[in-house]
Every structure is written in C-alpha cells, then in structure tokens.
Design a protein around this ligand. Structure first.
Ligand SMILES: Nc1ncnc2c1ncn2[C@@H]1O[C@H](COP(=O)(O)OP(=O)(O)O)[C@@H](O)[C@H]1O
Ligand SMILES: [Mg+2]
Length: 465
C-alpha cells in the first residue's frame, strides 16, 4: 500500500484520537453555537416587534382630533427615546390633507404615511430617517370617516445591536467550552493509550531478560494480545530449547565414534601398513572434532537463542568479569581505564557479551607478561572496549587468521583455537565489530578492540528499572 492510505494507517493512535476529538468538538460546538444564535435572534425579534406594536397602540390611544381637524396627543408617549432627536425611535400621525404630527426625535423629517394601511399593526422594513428601519403602521377610522395613520419607525441597528451583543458573548463562552472539551479529549487520549506504554515496558523488560514473559496488569482489550504473545514466547522458547538439546545430542553421539576412529588412526599411523592414509584420517578426525566443539559452544552460548534487541548496562559486564579474571590469574595485573561519564547501556544479551569479553581477557591474560589494560570509551554512536596486553603480540599476517575455527598460532600454550572464532560469531549476531591490532605503546603486545552499539541515552533510561 502506498500514498495517502499508507500514511493514514501509520498515523499514531494518539494523533487519530486527537483528530477525532478535534473534529467532534469543533463540529459539535459550531452546530450548537449556530442553533443558539438563530433561536435567540428569532426570539429577540419577536419580542422587539411585540413591544413596538404596543407603542403603536399606545400612540393610537393617546391621539385625538382637535376641533379644527388637526391631530394632537393627550400626553406624550411613555418611552422617552421618542423625545431625543435622531434617537432611532420615531412616531408620526397623519391625517389626509394636513401636515403630519411627528415625534421630537424626527427633528423635522417625515415618515411615509402609506406604511399605515391596515387596522391592525403591521411591520415592514423600510428606509428610516437614520438608516434602514423597521416600520410599524396602523390605520384608525373615526366616526366621521376621517382616517388617522399611525407610523412608528425604529432603526434596524437597534435590533441588530441586541443580537450582536448576545452573539459576541455566546462566541466567547463557546470558545472557552470548546477549548475545555478539547483539553479533556487530549487527556482522555493519553489515559486510553497508557496501557500500550505499559505493554511496551513489559516487552522491554522481557527483551532485557528481566522477565521471562510479558508481565503486568492490562485492560480487557489488551489482555488477549498479551496472552497470545506470551503463548508465542513460550512456544518459541520450547522449540529453541528442543533444538539445542538435539544439536547437543548429535554432537555427543558423534564424539564416541570419532574418538574410536582417532584412536584407531593413531595406532595405524604408528605401526600400520599405510601410515600416510592413517595420518590423513587423523587430521580429518581432528578437524571434525574442532568443528563439533565450535558448534556445540555456539549452541550453548545464548547467542543463537538470545532475543534480538536485548540490552545490558556496561557496569554489569566489565567489573564482574574483570574481578573473576583477577582471581583466575592472581600473578597478572588487570587495570580498567574508563573515559565514560556515565554508565552506558549496550545492545546485546549479557551472557553473550560476557562470553566475548571472557575470550578476550583469557587470551590477554594467557599471553600477557605482567599487565592487562582495559579501556572503555565512546566512539561516535558506538562504544569501544579495548583489551590490551604486554605479551608477544602476533605477526601482521596472523591478526586476521587467528579468528579461524580451530586456529592456534602457538600450540605450546593450552587452548582449542575456538575462542576468537566464537567471539567473532557472537559479535556478528550483535552487530558488533571485533578486531586485533599490534600494540606499540606504552608496551608491545596485542590489542583486541570490541566496538558495540550503544543504546541512545534517552532510550536507555526507560530500559533500566
Ligand atoms: N593476546 C594474544 N597474544 C598473542 N597471541 C594471541 C593472543 N590472543 C590470541 N592469540 C593467538 O591466537 C590464537 C587463537 O586464539 P583463540 O581463538 O582464543 O584460541 P584459544 O582457544 O586456543 O585461545 C591462539 O592460539 C594464539 O596463538
Ligand atoms: Mg583463547
């Protein structure tokens, strides 16, 4: 799968939840906001119109015709806004053929008497003295047939202002509520995903060897996954153990016949009729023996079974193995020189790494004249463990050859020629590098350099308990 779908399916669960919360919260608040403002505007308008209709009726009640036929008010309208010039609230009474009577707020302007054309209060939008207006009209017919036209106009901005103020307040409140809901949603995403962090921690502990399965309490949704993983781990471990036992059995079952062949060949080489042939048999049997020992050692080392991704704190490695070798070789001096500020964590199973270090220290101690120097230092992303001795060293040509299976450069010393071969094979599994170089200073001898991958610091903290 490529393109946007692949990117979508790789989106983190936290991002998915946050996007869902964001979409849901903003859609929800927007819809409620819209409905609330619409409903409020309709109610305010209704209320406004009803109040103004009362004003028109009041105007009609207070109006009468003088004897000369001119309209007049018995007393002013109760709302004082009609007295303030250009206040936005205007009234007018007109009788056909006479100059109209208007509120003080009109300040000499006139309203259209045609707005009043019905005997009940009607309202329409029209141009007013101070901008667009809502106008209300009412016609009253006197006993003598004279028609009085009552018109009231209010600036549309009066109504708009009311709705606007409400909308502004509501928007502020909704923004606050939306932000609160969003924050709660993000927090919820965190709480929901916490068991996954716990699962990861359990996995880290398992890979480090701190637990032999995934341990911890998990919610019902995650528990089946953990159970399946644990069953898989158990099954795998059983299969690996069985394979190791079989490999061991095979090696042991070959041992006895091989010993018999070797014995027989030795005798024939000494006093048989064809000593040349017997010697060939003897050499081949020797090679077979070495190969069996090598592979048996690899099967026994956890390298083959150890889980990839295991990590080990350096301090749990170097110090114990150095102490052990100091006891094994009391007449040699072991010195550690660490150029590290902290205790780094390296990639690799502890048992595997101990095996490699033991091979290097064993060689150094066997050949050293007096002192073995172990240096620890950072080398870019990796860590360098250098084991140096002050012994005879090696010829340049042998530096690489010494890693061969069964290769022994000095047959007088005890050994099987397997140490370096096994060490390098473990290193290959761990992504580590193992090399030998000549030492020239401060003493002559051999340096075995082990470069291991270090776990980045920010990760290392979570790998430790
Ligand atoms: N520190 C050293 N100084 C000199 N020679 C060494 C050193 N380490 C290893 N060698 C040589 O490399 C050969 C292979 O070493 P190794 O694989 O460890 O075999 P072994 O199991 O016999 O020690 C040894 O036989 C020895 O001749
Ligand atoms: Mg050795």
């Amino acid at each position: 799968m490529t393109g946007p779908f692949a990117r979508l399916s790789k989106l983190s669960m936290r991002a998915r939840l946050v996007i869902a919360v964001l979409a849901w919260t903003s859609l929800g608040t927007a819809a409620i906001w819209l409905a609330a403002t619409r409903i409020y505007a309709a109610h305010v308008e209704e209320h406004f119109n009803a109040e103004l209709a009362v004003h028109v009726e009041e105007l009609s009640r207070l109006a009468r015709l003088r004897v000369d036929g001119q309209p007049e008010l018995v007393r002013p309208l109760s709302d004082p806004r009609y007295e303030v010039p250009r206040s936005g609230y205007y009234w007018q009474i007109s009788v056909d053929g006479r100059p109209p009577l208007g509120s003080a707020s009109l300040a000499g302007q006139q309203l259209d008497p045609a707005i009043a054309h019905s005997q009940s209060v009607q309202h329409v939008d029209a141009a007013g003295p101070t901008g667009p207006a809502i106008t209300y009209g009412l016609v009253r017919r006197e006993a003598d047939g004279t028609e009085l036209h009552f018109v009231i106009a209010t600036d549309h901005s009066e109504l708009d202002g009311l709705v606007e103020r409400f909308t502004r307040d509501l928007t502020v409140w909704f923004a606050l509520i939306g932000a609160g809901l969003l924050a709660a949603g993000v927090a919820m995403a965190g709480i929901t995903l916490r068991p996954l962090a716990g699962l990861r921690l359990a996995l880290v502990r398992f890979r480090r060897g701190a637990a032999d399965k995934l341990e911890g309490a998990f919610p019902a949704e995650v528990e089946p996954l953990v159970d399946e993983l644990n069953a898989f781990i158990r099954h795998n471990a059983e299969k690996v153990a069985a394979a190791r036992v079989e490999a061991g059995n095979l090696a042991h079952s070959l041992r006895t016949p091989l010993a018999v062949i070797t014995d027989e060949a030795e005798r024939s080489a000494r006093d048989g009729p064809r000593p040349g042939t017997a010697q060939v048999l003897l050499d081949q049997a020797g090679t077979m023996q070495v190969q069996i020992d090598y592979h048996l050692a690899r099967v026994r080392a956890r390298g083959g079974a150890g889980l990839p991704g295991a990590t080990t704190a350096l301090s749990s490695l170097v110090e114990p193995v150095m102490q052990a070798f100091q006891r094994l070789y009391p007449d040699k001096v072991f010195v550690v020189d660490s150029k590290l500020d902290d205790d780094p964590v390296v990639v690799g199973d502890r048992v595997d790494l101990l095996e490699v270090l033991s091979v290097l220290l064993d060689n150094a101690a066997k050949w050293a004249d007096r002192q073995i120097d172990v240096t620890l230092e950072q080398a870019g992303e990796r860590l360098l463990i250098a084991v140096a001795d002050d012994g005879p060293g090696m010829r340049d040509a042998d530096l690489e050859a010494a890693f061969g299976i069964g290769v022994r450069l000095d047959p007088d010393k005890p050994g099987s020629g397997l140490g370096l071969a096994i060490a390098r094979s473990i290193c290959a599994d761990l992504g580590a590098a193992l090399t030998l170089t000549q030492r020239t200073w401060p003493a002559t001898g051999l340096i075995a350099s082990l470069l291991i991958r270090a776990v980045p610091l920010n990760h290392a903290s979570s790998y430790r308990e």
